[in-house]
Design a binder for this molecule. Structure first.
Ligand code: SF4
Length: 363
């Protein structure tokens, strides 16, 4: 059966051949591509979710060096895993990866299940990741669809439906499943993603050097740059915080967040939620200092954007008297250099960098 309304089965075969030839000659030299072992592929796939290759590569190298086998990852302390993940965001990925490593070691003897449903049941593994690992590491025929593949397929078909819609995604997945090479599914999946990343790029696709341009309807119709259509995103929720950096005898209070939610397991500074109006009034913020604490400095407004939250905040540097004692397992008074050993989420890392600058200027 042909996957493309304009392609016959023999053209579909030629399409696959052209794409695979191009991929083998042009693919980027990425470390997890050098071997067919599942573990490097697994690490790379988890790290690269919602992350570019350029951004994820140093993290991949750090993880494979520190945890060369899944059993090493399973045996690690979660805090160490989160520390190595620091700065990459979406920390649930790191927590799930650590949990899945435990299951893979205990239940599957350090191997990855080759059954799609069993793979999907692992923490942090969705349809895309399961298909990517099974096809690349085990040559199983499961088509992957990520943003790059969606773009390539909608252009090949000149499909103008909204790609945020579930039925459009279902159609794209269906077409990907028909197009995929039965002989080289892993290479085919990677080739589609690579084509989207290097040639069929979002704004200005390089159609003149595209290996499959003769099979592309969007190009024929002169619509390549307008496809895919994506409806506007739902606006992110706004939040306003005061990030309280409390200092006492050259020590800073660091606090561990909740056990659940976006930043579970991560460390940061105490936070006070305020309104957008309050955040704009440094004079009022100064009066909000808890009893016994003296405000040394307030930062200009800062911003950090999470997947669903647009956070605006100021850092409030507070000094307190030595007699206030409130240490416990989740509230630690640490010297500045000791903070380096704890996984701190990115918005609060920015707060810490601001503090470092202030301290340097005060010296
Ligand atoms: S011809 Fe252009 S739009 Fe079509 S797949 Fe190739 S790069 Fe993308």
């Amino acid at each position: 059966m042909s996957a493309h309304p304009m392609l016959s089965p023999s053209q579909t075969t030629r399409f696959r051949r052209k794409l695979l030839e191009w991929f083998r000659a042009n693919k980027r030299d990425l470390p997890w591509r050098k071997q067919k072992d599942w573990y490097p592929v697994y690490l790379a796939e988890i790290i690269l979710q919602q992350t570019t290759v350029e951004q994820g590569l140093p993290y991949y190298r750090a993880f494979i060096r520190r945890f060369p086998h899944v059993s090493a990852l399973a045996a690690a302390d979660l805090q160490e895993v989160l520390k190595l993940w620091q700065g990459l965001g979406y920390y649930a990925r790191a927590r799930n990866m650590h949990k899945a490593a435990g299951i893979l070691t205990d239940r599957y003897g350090g191997c990855f299940p080759q059954d799609y449903k069993q793979a999907l049941a692992l923490p942090g593994i969705g349809p895309y990741t399961a298909a990517a690992i099974l096809s690349q590491a085990f040559n199983r025929v499961h088509a992957v669809v990520d943003g790059n593949v969606s773009r390539v397929i909608t252009r090949l078909l000149a499909l103008e439906d909204d790609i945020r819609r579930a039925d459009t995604q279902k159609r794209i997945q269906h077409v990907a499943g028909l197009l995929i090479s039965r002989k080289y599914p892993g290479d085919f999946n990677e080739a589609m993603m690579e084509l989207g990343a290097l040639v069929c790029t979002p704004r200005a696709p390089l159609c003149a050097s595209c290996p499959v341009s003769r099979y592309c309807r969007a190009r024929d119709l002169g619509k390549a740059a307008q496809i895919p259509y994506k409806s506007p995103a739902v606006p992110k929720r706004r939040q306003y915080h005061l990030v309280m950096i409390r200092e006492r005898e050259n020590r800073i209070l660091l606090r561990q967040g909740n056990d659940h939610g976006l930043l579970a397991g991560m460390w940061g500074f105490p936070v006070r939620v305020v309104s957008g109006k309050e955040l704009e009034q440094p004079g009022k913020i100064e009066q909000m200092a808890p009893d016994g604490l003296h405000t040394k400095k307030i930062s200009p407004p800062m911003r950090h954007v999470y997947s669903h939250i647009d956070l605006k905040y100021r850092v409030v540097w507070l000094e307190e008297r030595p007699e206030n004692r409130d240490d416990d397992k989740k509230n630690l008074w640490l010297a500045r250099h000791e903070l380096e050993h704890y996984p701190i989420h990115k918005a609060h890392l920015k707060a810490l960098h601001w503090l470092d600058q202030q301290m340097k200027e005060a010296d």
